[in-house]
Design a protein around this ligand. Structure first.
Ligand code: FEO
Length: 420
C-alpha cells in the first residue's frame, strides 16, 4: 500500500524526491538476499553488473561488486560500504538484518569512494555510529566526506574492538593500495576482510568456486591495482601469515572459501615471479610495425616462449596488465608519428613505467616513412624502467628480408635469455 502511495505522490509531484521515495520503498519491499557467512555475519553488499569502466581507465567486462558485511552482536559493526548511487540499496539490505540507524560501528578499511562513498549517507541516518579507521583513514574521511571529529574512532595496528561475543582485530596494511588501507580480522569466525587486496572485478559468483576464471581475473586486477605496490603486498601477506583464516572476504568479487589459492597466487605475484613469457604490444599505421611484431612473436613461439600479442587499437588494458604481472620480457612496436612514438604506444610505455612490472628484458621495434624519431622517443621513455634492451630496430618503410632476419635473431637471443 505504501508503495502505491509513493507512486501516487510521484505522479502528483514528479520531482526527484518522489522518485527517491519510490526507489526506497521498492527496495525495502524486495526480498533482500543477505547471505550469512558465519553465525550473525551477513553479506549486505551490492552488485554493479553494468559498470564497464573503473577510474575512467580500467575496463570491467563483467562489472563488479561493492562488498559490505554486517556483524550483528551486542554491538553491531558494518565492514565497508558501497559506491555512491547504491546507498539506498545498501541501507535496505542492512535493514533486512538490523536497523541501519542502530549500527554501532562503521569500519572503513579503505577511503576510496567505491567502498566509503555511502559513509556520509549512513552517518546522517544514524546519529550514534562511529567511523572506525586508521589515523590516515581519519584524515581521508575528513577531507573526502567532511566526517566530524567526534564521529571518528581511530584504531592502530593490532588493536581490537570488542563487539560482545565477537572481536575485530585491525591490521594496518598501508599502500594496498592507498596510504590508509587496513584489514579487519573477525577472530572468532576467522574471517579476514581485506577490502581491495585479494579481490577481483566480476559481478558473477558469490564464492570463489563459482568463478572458474578466478585466478585469471585476480591476476588482471592485481596487475591493474596492486602491481606497483608489490613490496607492500609482500609485507601485507607477511602480517597475516600466522592467522588461521577460514574465509577471505574482499570488497570486490567473490568470497574466498579456499584462502590458500588466492594467497599462493599473491605470493607469486608480489615476489615478482615470472614465466617464460614475453608480452608484445604494438600499434601499426601501414602494417610495417605489425609485420615486425608478428615475425618476433613467431620466433619466440618457435623457441617455446609464450608470446601474447596485443594491438593497442583494440586491446583491453586489463588484459595487458594481467600479462605484465608475470612476463619476463616486453616488446613495444610503434611507427613514427611527427618525430615521436605513436600516441597509443606512448600510453603503453607510460603504463609500463607506472605499473612497474617485474619484466627484465625489453625490445623495441619501430618504423618510419620520411622521418625517424620513434626509437629515440622509446629509449627516452623506457630508459628509467631498468629493462635490459635485448634489441632495438628502426626500419624505413616495410620490413625486408634483412629486417626479418635481424628480428628473428633478436627473438632467438631474447628466448635464450628468458630460458636462462
Ligand atoms: Fe575498490 Fe581502491 O577501491
Amino acid at each position: 500500500m505504501r508503495f502505491y502511495v509513493a507512486i501516487a505522490r510521484a505522479v502528483m509531484f514528479p520531482c526527484q524526491y518522489s522518485f527517491f521515495i519510490i526507489h526506497f520503498r521498492l527496495l525495502t519491499m524486495l526480498k533482500m538476499h543477505t547471505p550469512e557467512l558465519a553465525k550473525n555475519v551477513y553479506y549486505v553488499g551490492v552488485k554493479d553488473r553494468d559498470r564497464r569502466l573503473f577510474d575512467s581507465l580500467i575496463p570491467l567486462p563483467q562489472g563488479t561488486t561493492y562488498n559490505a558485511y554486517l556483524i550483528k552482536d551486542e554491538r553491531t559493526a558494518l565492514i565497508d560500504t558501497v559506491n555512491p548511487g547504491f546507498e539506498v540499496e545498501l541501507e535496505a539490505r542492512i535493514n533486512h538484518v538490523h536497523q541501519a540507524s542502530e549500527i554501532d560501528y562503521i569500519i572503513m578499511n579503505h577511503a576510496e569512494p567505491d567502498h566509503a562513498g555511502a559513509i556520509p549517507y549512513l552517518l546522517e541516518k544514524n546519529t550514534k555510529a562511529k567511523l572506525v579507521t586508521t589515523k590516515r583513514g581519519a584524515e581521508a574521511a575528513r577531507i573526502y566526506f567532511q566526517t566530524p571529529e567526534d564521529r571518528i574512532k581511530i584504531v592502530s595496528d593490532g588493536e581490537t574492538l570488542d563487539l560482545g561475543t565477537k572481536t575485530l582485530r585491525f591490521i594496518e596494511a598501508p599502500m594496498l593500495h592507498w596510504p590508509e588501507t587496513m584489514f579487519t580480522f573477525l577472530e572468532e569466525d576467522r574471517i579476514l576482510f581485506t577490502c581491495d587486496f585479494l579481490g577481483l572485478h566480476t559481478a558473477y559468483g558469490f564464492y570463489d568456486d563459482e568463478v572458474p576464471e578466478l585466478i585469471q581475473y585476480a591476476q588482471r586486477y592485481f596487475g591493474e591495482i596492486m602491481m606497483p605496490y608489490r613490496a607492500m603486498g609482500k609485507r601485507g601477506l607477511d602480517k597475516i601469515k600466522d592467522l588461521e583464516i577460514k574465509l577471505i572476504a574482499p570488497s570486490h568479487g567473490p568470497i574466498h572459501q579456499n584462502p590458500q589459492r588466492i594467497l599462493e597466487a599473491y605470493q607469486r605475484w608480489t615476489s615478482g615471479e615470472t614465466l617464460d613469457k614475453v608480452i608484445l604490444v604494438y600499434v601499426s599505421m601501414w602494417k610495417s610495425t605489425e609485420k615486425m611484431i608478428k615475425q618476433l612473436a613467431e620466433t619466440l613461439e618457435k623457441e617455446g616462449i609464450d608470446a601474447p600479442v596485443y594491438n593497442l587499437v583494440s586491446a583491453d588494458v586489463g588484459d595487458i596488465a594481467k600479462d605484465l604481472v608475470d612476463a619476463k620480457g616486453i616488446v613495444l612496436g610503434t611507427p613514427t608519428v611527427l618525430g615521436r612514438m605513436h600516441p597509443l604506444a606512448v600510453y603503453a610505455a607510460h603504463l609500463v613505467k607506472v605499473l612497474k612490472p617485474p619484466a627484465k628484458y625489453g625490445v623495441v621495434l619501430t618504423s618510419y616513412g620520411w622521418g625517424k624519431g620513434a626509437l629515440s622517443h622509446a629509449s627516452e621513455m623506457l630508459g628509467p624502467t631498468g629493462l635490459e634492451v635485448v634489441g632495438a630496430v628502426e626500419i624505413n618503410g616495410s620490413p625486408n628480408k634483412e629486417s626479418y632476419e635481424q628480428i628473428s635473431q633478436i627473438g632467438e637471443t631474447l628466448a635464450k635469455k628468458i630460458k636462462e
